[in-house]
Design a protein around this ligand. Structure first.
Ligand code: ZN
Ligand code: FE
Length: 238
């Protein structure tokens, strides 16, 4: 599976997935035009539009793309009432074949009630929407800190070599908060150096491995839901 980062808006990322047998999918199509451009550049169509959750910056391009390419929309069933044009409503644990690439839905509520991460075991890729960011976690809008903690534990149980593809470039801001809570972490300092270099060259800081996140993301270091909730509250006012 070939994965391309498609930057949209100020700091969102969509992802274009191309299977080896010509099935093309996009994850979190908040904006149609940048996706249309990359599809045109490659002279390819679009088969699936996959949404991690119902927020506008993740779904706003869905209908335009669906109509242009006759693509099918895959979205969490719990949010299918809030997302237009859903063709396939998926539940936790569901497997879906995208041209030979098997995608597993992992429900990760917290940011929204139905927020779902999409896991491709064979490619070691995990698309985390607004649940896990590099060195951060999504804001808790609809669920509880306990839900988000549980969602983080699910993700942390995946293989360490898993690469995390979040839906926003929030890494630099997140790094400052992690450092404020974890001053003596040498792995964190190294990652921050890398992040600064990447950003000063205009490059994305993702994907990032679960190994690196476990060493640097303060939210992955929380041992209990209570610790996690305390961190999330501190981050809200950081
Ligand atoms: Zn969101
Ligand atoms: Fe978002």
């Amino acid at each position: 599976m070939k994965i391309d980062i498609v930057p949209i808006f100020d700091d969102n990322y969509s992802y274009l997935l191309q299977s080896s047998c010509g099935v093309n999918s996009v994850i979190d199509a908040g904006q149609a035009e940048p996706i249309i451009k990359i599809l045109n550049d490659r002279n390819i169509g679009l088969d699936f539009i996959i949404s991690t959750h119902h927020h506008w910056d993740h779904v706003n391009g869905n209908m335009k793309l669906k109509n242009m390419y006759d693509a099918q929309i895959i979205a969490p069933y719990k949010e299918s009432l809030y997302i237009d044009g859903v063709d396939i409503a998926i539940k936790d644990g569901d497997l879906f074949d995208l041209g030979g690439d098997i995608m597993q839905a992992i429900e990760t509520s917290g940011h929204t009630l139905g927020s779902t991460c999409f896991y491709f075991k064979d490619s070691h890729a995990l698309f985390t929407g607004d649940t896990v960011f590099s060195m951060g976690c999504g804001r808790i809008f609809e669920g509880t800190a306990h839900d988000m903690f549980t969602s983080f534990q699910k993700i942390m149980a995946l293989p360490d070599e898993t690469l995390i593809y979040p839906a926003h470039e929030y890494t630099r801001g997140n790094a400052g908060f992690c450092l404020s809570q974890d001053r003596d972490n040498e792995d964190l300092k190294l990652r921050i150096k890398e992040v600064k270099e990447l950003r000063s060259n205009g490059k994305p800081t993702v994907p990032v491995s679960l190994t690196v996140e476990k060493k640097t993301n303060i939210f992955m270091k929380a041992k209990t839901a209570e610790d996690f909730a305390t961190l999330r509250i501190k981050k809200d006012s950081f």
